[in-house]
Design a binder for this molecule. Structure first.
Ligand code: CO
Length: 208
């Protein structure tokens, strides 16, 4: 990719925005009020805002390898805390995607160095759902299913946080699990039963 082209693209984008609304950047500079927190994979094909048709200011975004929500990850936890407690988003979305390299790597027996502890969290998802996953004869279908189950478990990890529990009680914040199908471009709602998960884990994870 030619980096000079990036700056040319930027100029063209500014002109395009200003041609529609001459105050566009003055308005953008005033602040943000997003209603959504999107947690997705860093994969270059899964462009959060573009695939949702979202405009600047509408979505607070966090991306990492395989869209993980790990309780001791200060980065992800800071994003969740800031978006939920301060920006007061009403929807938190975990969006995984088929053909995820992170999930694929976690399905293989290989020492990947510094990536081991990160991917271990995906292996844990596999262990929790071992019975269902081991029944798949088709490796591709098993891979797709692990992508979905990983999204669900990361939604559960969100529900374990005090910020989400409090915002649910105070204003009905919802957690959603989605999968982006890179083969078709389709966004799939896994329709996770947020209230049921909340109820299931509350005995152990109730914080606030
Ligand atoms: Co990925």
């Amino acid at each position: 990719m030619n980096l000079d082209k990036v700056f040319e693209n930027n100029k063209a984008w500014i002109n395009e925005k200003l041609s529609v609304n001459s105050n566009y950047f003055d308005d953008l500079g005033k602040g943000q009020n997003p209603d959504l927190l999107y947690i997705g994979c860093s994969d270059s094909r899964v462009t959060a805002e573009e695939l949702m048709g979202a405009k600047p200011g509408e979505v607070f975004v966090h991306r990492n390898i395989a869209n993980m929500v790990i309780s001791i990850d200060l980065n992800a936890m800071s994003v969740v805390n800031y978006a939920v407690n301060h920006l007061k988003v009403n929807h938190v979305i975990v969006c995984g995607h088929y053909a995820c390299g992170g999930v694929k790597a976690a399905m293989q027996s290989a020492d990947l160095g510094i990536l081991n502890p990160w991917l271990r969290n995906i292996r844990d998802v596999y262990r929790i759902h071992k019975k269902e996953l081991s029944a798949f004869e088709d490796e591709g279908k098993k891979y797709d299913r692990l992508v979905e189950l990983n999204v669900k478990e990361q939604c559960v990890n969100l529900i374990k946080t005090a910020a989400v529990q409090k915002a649910y009680r105070e204003r009905g914040l919802q957690v959603h699990g989605w999968v982006f199908d890179v083969h078709t471009g389709k966004l799939i709602d896994l329709k996770i039963d947020f209230e049921k998960y909340l109820e299931d884990i509350m005995e152990i994870y109730h914080l606030d």
